[in-house]
Write a protein that binds this ligand. Structure first.
Ligand code: NOJ
Length: 633
């Protein structure tokens, strides 16, 4: 691919795969359409001139950063005909956030024994693979995403024997288990970091990212994801160390081959134990292009200053490929990258089979509608979800793979973002289930999603637990006062998804016999719990069971081609999945009102209906799957 220069036009940048993703992301954050870039007045501008004109906005040096970013990218991915079969494409993953899943010992915090106890539930649900959020030794500043020993289990969760028992039982039941690999950073209590602070000459010093300088001003203007500057000063070595996340999560220096070798060893150590792969935390941040100042304008738009220097760094592909070769490939283990900020073309470059980097990525742009960030209080419009997936379904070739998800431990639940009331809660939860389980990609469910768990307003800031929310609340309180600060944080707090699993209508919701570590509302008393739902044929839980069974029985959902149908119907999202000798149509009514039913080919048989059976019209948020006969129309 030809290198772009300052003399290249914005039209050329838009045509460049990675340039396209970058512009697309900026437009998305601004809530603007692509016409802003593609109109002839703008698209004829050179990159150099556009950045000069916008210097006041984007700052000095932005053109260079942008050009370095796009020019370092690997060549564009070309599609390869035919889907290669692979177990991770057929699996349905289920994310467990151990603190909040099931507490077997009554201390109020979920544990490994609790997960073991619930394996029959997960198997009956139809889950084939589990992803455990971190259970390693950690001071728990970020609930385990700050690791102090990669080879030890945090006593809060149990022992290594508990983990081995869990793994054996998962495998005995024919399921898989992947762990969380958090190696963009370690805890500041990790022995490597302690040693690095103690002695500048120690080999561990270069495991982290340091800059010289006096204590008064950090080396650049980067901000951390959890408020404040991305640097801590350490007087013992007279240097600043980088932390993109909390003050206790210190960024590792992947440019150091010794560190990369350590990471490979950690991965192999766990794979030797029998785990089936890893979900890799913010793995696209590991290659920092430079430590130059970030653009203030981009920082404002994205919420974090400096991100353009590391979200798609120049050695990212090299490091991932190396790790795959040295650790994952010999075991056939699965590599799922958490890759915030990565767009469609970058996702292709990261997952194309022939590139041998990641198997799948998590991209996050489906989670907020254009112009919104997580902490905005707004109603999510399903029309955007449709637009987003139409683009990705058309854009991801068969040699690349995406994950499909709505909920995780870092976001309020999608269900509650679309509808804050309760009127359509169950039927909307079923619509999301149908969509997630019939799009082309590998579904990742998050605990409680199968019950229709939703966002329940926390009563006060005192009930919040998450480091991100607490830091943000503190920062906002200074500007806006406690009430406004809490309201803002409430809209986007990650704690929404971290409330305890609602197992039964019993004190502690069957999560714990003690006092839960985080707020538990009374939602479980109104039937929103696993036991009551198991007994109710119309429940969200039973909808998931039926849909998972359907997906398992028909590989067309894992591998089949996707084609939109009835494209003129803006109120509906309709598509077919075709392949493996079968064809299914999916009809989704995206509206909270009735909609005329599109005509299906003769011989269509209803395989799933979210209201219990089809009616003349499509009812509010109704979701259906039909088995079709004959050739594609
Ligand atoms: C992404 C994780 O999902 C999130 O929970 C964590 O806070 C950050 N990475 C930092 O590890």
């Amino acid at each position: 691919m030809e290198k772009l220069t300052a003399a290249s036009t914005l039209a050329e940048l838009w045509r460049h795969p990675v340039g396209h993703d970058v512009l697309d992301k900026l437009l998305l954050q601004m809530g603007r359409g692509e016409g802003w870039v593609t109109n002839p007045l703008v698209s004829r501008l050179t990159i150099g001139r556009a950045c000069r004109l916008g210097r006041g906005l984007v700052g000095e040096g932005f053109a260079d950063t942008l050009l370095a970013l796009v020019n370092a990218a690997p060549p564009p991915v070309t599609g390869a005909p035919g889907v290669r079969r692979a177990p991770f494409k057929e699996d349905v993953f289920y994310q467990i956030y151990p603190r909040s899943f099931r507490d077997a010992d009554g201390d109020g915090v979920g544990d490994l024994a609790g997960i073991l106890e619930k394996l029959p539930y997960l198997q009956e649900l139809g889950i084939t693979a589990l992803w455990l959020s971190p259970i390693y030794a950690s001071p728990m500043d970020d609930n385990g995403y700050d690791i102090s020993d990669y080879r030890a289990v945090n006593p809060e969760f149990g022992t290594m024997e508990d983990l081995e028992r869990l793994l054996a039982e998962v495998h005995r039941r024919g399921m898989k288990l992947i762990m969380d690999l958090v190696v963009n950073h370690t805890s500041d209590e990790h022995p490597w970091f302690r040693e690095a602070c103690r002695d500048r000459q120690s080999p561990y010093h270069d495991y982290y990212i340091w800059r010289d300088g006096g204590p008064d001003a950090p080396p650049n203007n980067w901000t951390s994801f959890f408020s404040g500057p991305a640097w801590n000063y350490y007087p013992e070595v007279g240097q600043w160390a980088l932390h993109l996340f909390s003050k206790k999560q210190m960024d590792l220096n992947w440019d150091n081959p010794a560190l990369r070798a350590e990471v490979a060893q950690i991965v192999r150590w766990w794979l030797d134990k029998g785990v089936d792969g890893f979900r890799m935390d913010v793995i696209n941040y590991i290659s920092k292009a430079s430590l130059a100042d970030g653009s203030e304008a981009v920082g404002k738009l994205m919420g974090f200053t400096g991100i353009e220097h590391y979200f798609y760094g120049p050695r990212l592909h090299e490091y991932l490929h190396e790790l795959r070769e040295n650790a994952f490939a010999p075991y056939g283990a699965v590599m799922v990258g958490e890759t915030p900020g990565v767009g469609l073309e970058m996702a292709k470059q990261l997952t194309a089979e022939e590139r041998e980097t990641l198997d799948m990525v998590f991209n996050f742009d489906q989670l907020e509608t254009p112009g919104h960030v997580r902490f905005d209080d707004y109603d999510y419009d399903l029309a955007y979800l449709k637009k987003y997936y139409l683009k990705w379904m058309a854009g991801m070739p068969d040699n690349c793979r995406m994950s499909i998800f709505w909920d995780n431990h870092d976001n309020p639940r999608m269900l509650g973002k679309i509808e804050r009331g309760q009127e359509y809660r169950a039927v909307l939860a079923k619509l999301l289930a149908v969509l997630q389980l019939t799009l082309k990609g590998t579904p990742f469910l998050y605990q409680g999603q199968e019950l229709g768990m939703t966002n329940i307003p926390f009563p006060s800031a005192a009930e919040l637990r998450d480091v991100e929310s607490l830091n943000l609340c503190r920062a906002l309180e200074k500007e806006a006062g406690p009430k406004a600060a809490f309201e803002k944080v409430l809209a986007g707090t990650r704690d929404h998804a971290r409330t305890p699993m609602q197992w039964e209508n019993a004190p502690g919701a069957g999560f714990t016999s003690g006092t839960p570590w985080i707020w538990l509302s009374d939602d479980w008393q109104a039937g929103w719990n696993a036991a009551d739902e198991a007994a109710d044929p119309d429940s969200v839980l039973n909808a998931y069971k039926a849909l998972l069974a359907l997906r398992r029985a028909h590989p067309v959902f894992a591998y089949g081609a996707f084609a939109q149908q009835y494209a003129s119907r803006r109120d509906l999202f309709c598509y077919t999945r075709t392949g493996e000798g079968e064809r299914y149509a999916v009809l989704l009514n995206l509206m909270p009102g009735a909609a005329p039913r599109p005509r299906l080919p003769a011989g269509a048989a209803c395989a799933y209906n979210s209201y219990g059976g089809p009616a003349k019209e499509l009812r509010p948020y109704e979701a259906e799957i039909w088995r079709l006969e004959g050739p594609e129309r």
